[in-house]
Design a protein around this ligand. Structure first.
Ligand code: PMV
Length: 359
């Protein structure tokens, strides 16, 4: 399959104006995507839990304009004009223009808000770009009502990927794979697909409490971060490792082996950070409190036999993952021992979710 299949035939309908609103979640990777080729093609496959509470809600209003010369849009975050978001959206529009030929024929008003604080250090690009891609695809569906639900999701994921790689994993629940993997038939570098195999009861309603250790802006943008994998001395081994970790996870999801799950998920998080620490230039994105939390989690697990574990994004915040049947004891542990290491004591209780919704 190539990109060409996403170039639409002539549209059947014409539409003067309208609006669509989508709510789209964030996701947390278990096997991490870190390193990409041209056109947002990942160097290795990744898999993520779709989240339930951390979401972006985007309303896209559109009206036909006189000329088709350039992109015309305005952006609002929480009802405030946000001109500093425009360059990223302009780049996104340029990348997807050949797949959505109507883009220059409308003026767009993009009104967006997040259910999590904007400056929480939680990446809003996955939920933000997937919500925008969904709204744009709703226009395409109105122009061409024959598009099937399956094609709709696939093309939306393909477009979202061109906005922000991980955004292609944010449309469906509850586990999504992106990147070609030998054992997952329909997996593709071009879009995310729902994890197709059996998932043990142990992973249903899995919890993710996000501890906000550092609410500042990202120290390293993900574009800069991914580029650090070019000529990285350990890159080849890392990409191989991601394939084998995903293979192992297939069995873990089937059997419900939580100990094996923890081993892989924590190793993935530490490897992501190890890649940053060993690149040129190098970065340390963990903060002292990130390490305090990791050590507390390890001690607690050792003492109690709990199945709580952690994962990290490209930042200092810690995602604390734990099964549904440990909700009470782990929440108690978080309140008693971990909240002290959060900036202003802030954290977000989230869990595995079921994907984006048209509102
Ligand atoms: O989607 P991007 O380009 O912001 O990259 C995200 C990379 C990680 O969040 C660190 C890992 C992942 O797979 O989500």
């Amino acid at each position: 399959m190539t990109e060409q299949i996403f170039i639409p035939k002539a549209y059947k309908n014409t539409i003067e104006k309208g609006s669509y609103t989508w709510s789209s979640p964030s996701n947390i990777a278990l096997v991490k995507y870190w390193g990409k080729k041209e056109h947002q093609i990942p160097e290795n496959p990744s898999i993520s839990f779709t989240l339930n509470e951390c979401k972006t809600i985007t309303k896209l209003s559109f009206s036909k304009k006189e000329d088709n010369t350039g992109f015309s849009f305005e952006v609002f975050l929480d009802n405030e004009k946000k001109d500093d978001f425009k360059p990223k959206i302009e780049t996104f529009f340029k990348r997807i223009e050949s797949y959505l030929p109507f883009l220059k024929t409308y003026h767009f008003k993009i009104e967006t808000s997040n259910t999590f604080p904007h400056s929480s250090g939680i990446a809003s690009s996955a939920s933000g770009m997937s919500a925008l891609a969904l709204c744009l695809m709703s226009i395409e569906k109105a122009l061409n009502p024959d598009i099937t639900n399956e094609d709709f999701i696939q093309k939306t994921s393909f477009l979202a990927r061109l906005g922000s790689g991980s955004a292609c994993r944010s449309l469906e629940g509850d586990l999504v794979v992106w990147g070609k993997h030998d054992e997952i038939d329909r997996s593709s570098d071009l879009f995310g697909v729902k994890y197709p195999f059996e998932v043990h009861q142990n992973f249903k309603n899995y919890n993710d409490t996000i501890l906000l250790v550092d609410k500042g802006e990202k120290q390293v943008s993900s574009t800069v971060g991914h580029n650090l994998m070019h000529n990285h001395p350990f890159a080849k081994e890392r990409f191989k490792q991601a394939h084998s970790n995903l293979s192992t996870l297939i069995n873990v999801f089937k059997t419900g082996d939580l100990k094996a799950f923890i081993e892989i998920v924590e190793s993935e998080a530490l490897t992501l950070h190890a890649m940053m620490m060993t690149s040129m230039p190098h970065f340390i994105l963990m903060k002292p409190n990130t390490l305090e939390i990791i050590n507390k989690i390890w001690n607690f697990r050792h003492k109690t036999g709990s199945n709580v574990c952690f994962t990290l994004d490209a930042g200092a915040n810690v995602h604390v993952l734990y099964p549904e049947n440990e909700t009470e004891i782990v929440l108690e542990f978080i309140k008693n021992e971990l909240v002290a290491f959060c900036q202003k004591g802030e954290y977000i209780n989230d869990k595995i979710g079921f994907g984006a919704k048209l509102l």
